[in-house]
Design a protein around this ligand. Structure first.
Ligand code: PRP
Length: 217
């Protein structure tokens, strides 16, 4: 798969606000919603096709252009930090079907020698996924990639074709990118920023802190 960056200036602007330690909860959540919308538009621009259609304006007949595939989109919400991010994505893909997966790192166990966290997957509800669907798996943070690997295993077990899977994050760290792209080579990775590193606790540095806590607590 490909790894690509969302380069829209507004995406960088929103991400910079999210990174600021002084951005409080409501602004943080709204920022994730806005960022989700921009990323959705970038996905449409980067990987969806358009078709020419004849349309009637009030004055004449002309050729218009429509995005195809908008009816065949599945968005997977990786609880919990992805919830506001998905709210934004839905503004770009209003007719998407949705899946929900609760997957979280066992922070008390800590990172193991391979740089992985044990992941508990507690709830999985996915819509039927058809061969034509584009599946967008949204999680603002891709750190060690442990969570995303567990999530992608569930999605591919349910029959999704990895060719049509897009992992969307706001911030990704190199170890997570490597882990996911080695385990799921067909999956495309899309992120707004690739940060420098992970600290010993597995947090992305410079990052934006704990996105779930900042949006919800
Ligand atoms: C955070 C984040 C990702 C995951 C990334 O979730 O939202 O889901 O960690 O880390 P990884 O790439 O090392 O697996 P967390 O487990 O804190 O759960 P939360 O969203 O409920 O806060």
């Amino acid at each position: 798969g490909d790894a690509w960056l969302v380069t829209h200036a507004l995406a960088k602007d929103e991400l910079s606000r999210l990174r600021e330690r002084d951005t409080e909860q409501v602004a943080f959540r709204k920022g994730l919603v806005k960022l989700g919308r921009i990323c959705g538009y970038e996905i449409i621009d980067g990987r969806m096709e358009t078709e020419y259609v004849e349309i009637e304006t009030p004055l004449t007949t002309t050729m218009g252009e429509r995005v195809t595939g908008l009816d065949d989109v599945v968005i997977v919400n990786v609880l919990r930090a992805a919830t506001p991010f998905v709210e934004g994505l839905l503004k770009a893909f209003p007719r998407a079907r949705q899946g929900v997966i609760s997957a979280s790192r066992d922070e008390s166990a800590g990172m193991d020698d391979d740089g992985e966290f044990p992941i508990s997957v507690d709830y999985v509800k996915l819509p039927d996924i058809a061969p034509d669907d584009t599946v967008i798996v949204a999680d603002p943070m891709l750190a060690t990639g442990s969570t995303m690997s567990a999530v992608l295993s569930h999605i591919t077990e349910q029959g999704a074709d990895p060719d049509d899977l897009v992992v969307l994050s706001a911030v990704a760290a190199p170890p997570g990118i490597v882990r996911v792209s080695e385990s799921f080579p067909e999956v495309d990775l899309l992120t707004v920023a690739i940060d420098d590193e992970l600290n010993e606790e597995g947090f992305i540095v410079p990052g934006l802190g704990d996105a779930g806590d900042r949006a919800f607590r």
